[in-house]
Design a protein around this ligand. Structure first.
Ligand SMILES: Nc1ncnc2c1ncn2[C@@H]1O[C@H](COP(=O)(O)OP(=O)(O)OP(=O)(O)O)[C@@H](O)[C@H]1O
Length: 449
């Protein structure tokens, strides 16, 4: 498909000069050049939306400044290059201040300079178009439904709250077990809000040593403490005009809590070792897997900070309460993994789905993701079978209990587990489990172990 021509208007009363420039610029077949002998004829044609206007400063009917003003009123983004015979630096500066793109002198090099300017403008336009496409792609990637997968009633309630939260700057507090997607919810709110083009800064309170947290959050001045060799801005300043996400807020110590409260109330920050107040415009989202009310009751969390942070509370349900989302997410993670690793498409057997649906997922979505990625690697065919699904050792005991089965089956599983652990030493296993070794031999003979 042919791209649109690059439309150039030359406003010039010296027609010979205009034709020389026009001829030179038309050597590039992408350029389409039109000549206008005065300001008025140009202004009548602005609706054609030129990509560039070359404007002679001394026109018969209007001054260059007047024409420039009217072009800018019509479309402030049209680049205007002023061409003039007078070597008047003051005029050049004034026109650049009024929005001219560049100022060049009328001499034998004008056409070359114009050629270069056009090349730069075209590159700029192409770059801007690429940026716009990328921004749109990023925007789409962060659309709530593209980021957070699921359509269970439980997660649909969360989607509604995310939309509500995004409409204003209200503080949001997200509660949920580990791996339920708290950070994802915070990101979705940020990207659905008017702050989407500004930074989203995530801080995990537990990941920062206690003695460093104040300078990490609020920054420090040079020499504020040993090792502070330079001024460093903190995470709050980094997030200015955007969103700060404070994860594991329930783990913040009381001293830091009072400093945070002050910053939130004053809406300004003072860097450690400094005395300048830096104004802040930051949207705050906090998350915790702890019960903050309980912490308040125990005196471990400031009550005033609790109320300051509560804002719009969002409770993220654990994965085991999201019904059909488990299968949906399992498929999503397998597809995502295969795509990223350039593997062929894998399906999941119904038995494998049944197996994961019975599992309690103490690590929630994060754990499901890891399990499905491992299963994608383990399968020898293009189907993920029940045997490809293995639950992590950290939660193996719970996995075991959630498989509802008979006591006899439980017994067999326990004995098998011990036999594997102790190299099939029946005598040792019998002693460990406090059962007779004949029981084990009997089960073995019956083929049940
Ligand atoms: N509904 C979802 N759809 C797709 N991916 C999800 C969903 N929920 C969580 N995830 C993925 O699961 C992982 C854990 O999510 P996230 O880090 O947001 O959880 P968290 O609750 O903040 O965890 P923690 O409590 O440990 O900080 C991430 O890889 C995230 O992309």
């Amino acid at each position: 498909m042919a791209s649109d021509p690059f439309r150039i208007f030359i406003v010039e009363d010296d027609i010979i000069f205009a034709k020389i420039i026009s001829h030179h610029l038309s050597l590039n077949p992408d350029n389409e050049v039109e000549i206008f002998p005065d300001g008025k004829s140009l202004l009548k044609n602005l609706y054609k939306n030129p990509a560039l206007i070359s404007l002679d400063y001394n026109l018969p009917d209007m001054t260059g400044l007047e024409v420039l003003k009217q072009i800018k009123e019509f479309n402030p983004d049209t680049p205007v290059v002023i061409v003039s015979g007078q070597q008047d630096v003051a005029t050049a500066i004034e026109l650049l201040k009024k929005g001219a793109y560049d100022y060049i002198l009328k001499d034998q090099d004008t056409k070359e300079r114009m050629w270069n300017i056009i090349k730069n403008i075209r590159e700029n336009v192409e770059l801007r178009q690429k940026i716009a496409i990328l921004e749109e792609e990023i925007g789409r990637k962060y659309e709530v439904n593209n980021l957070i997968k699921g359509n269970s009633p439980a997660i649909n309630k969360v989607f509604i709250l995310i939309e509500k939260a995004a409409r204003t700057n209200i503080t949001v507090s997200i509660y949920g077990e580990t791996g339920t997607g708290k950070e994802l919810v915070a990101k979705s709110i940020h990207h659905a809000s008017g702050r989407r083009k500004k930074p989203f800064v995530a801080v995990n309170v537990t990941a920062i040593p206690k003695e460093l947290i104040e300078s990490e959050m609020f920054g420090h001045e040079k020499g504020a403490f040993t090792g502070a060799n330079n001024r460093r801005i903190g995470r709050f300043e980094e997030a200015n005009h955007g969103t700060i996400f404070l994860d594991e807020i329930g783990d913040m110590d009381l001293n830091m809590q009072s400093k945070l409260l002050r910053v939130l109330q004053e809406e300004e920050v003072v860097r450690v070792g400094g005395n300048e107040n830096v104004k802040l415009d930051v949207r705050v989202i906090v998350a915790t897997h702890k019960n903050l009310q309980e912490l308040v009751r125990k005196g471990e969390f400031r009550e005033d900070l609790y109320y300051r942070l509560l804002g719009l509370p969002i409770h993220l349900p654990p994965l085991r309460e999201r019904g059909s989302d488990i299968a949906l997410l399992a498929r999503f993670f397998v597809d995502e993994f295969c795509q990223k690793n350039k593997l062929g498409k894998l399906s999941i057997s119904s038995k494998a789905i049944e197996k994961i649906q019975k599992y309690p997922f103490p690590g929630n979505v994060r754990e499901l993701k890891a399990i499905m990625e491992l299963a994608s690697v383990m399968t020898n065919t293009d189907v993920i079978e029940e045997s490809d699904i293995s639950f992590s050792t950290a939660s193996a005991s719970q996995d075991f209990l959630y498989e509802e089965t008979t006591l006899e089956e439980y017994n067999k599983k326990i004995i098998n587990h011990f036999l594997q652990k102790y190299d099939n030493k029946v005598r040792l296993v019998a002693r460990k489990l406090d059962i007779g070794k004949t029981t084990i031999y009997r089960l073995m003979n019956e083929g049940k172990l």
